[in-house]
Design a protein around this ligand. Sequence first.
Ligand SMILES: [Zn+2]
Length: 93
Amino acid sequence: MTDKPKESFPCSECQAGMMHMQHMTYFTWLDEELVTVPNFPAWVCDMCGRREYDAQAISWLTTILNPETGKASASKRRPRPTLKKHSGTRPTP
Ligand SMILES: [Zn+2]
């Protein structure tokens, strides 16, 4: 029985160390600007020092750094759904 959440896993690089969650400053380039993200979750091997950034965190970061991804439908703007404020027929539950 595993009563603890998964906090570490074997390193895929050296096979001997364990990857541990750490928070560090993540650096990335956005166009020509260096963006730093403090307290970014990353998995770090205690043997070889291999780093693997958390996939979900990367996904989240990519989303906030690329506003275009958030509004992908901006180019092909679809008409707003018409709000019917006085509909004759109510949806019956
Ligand atoms: Zn390792």
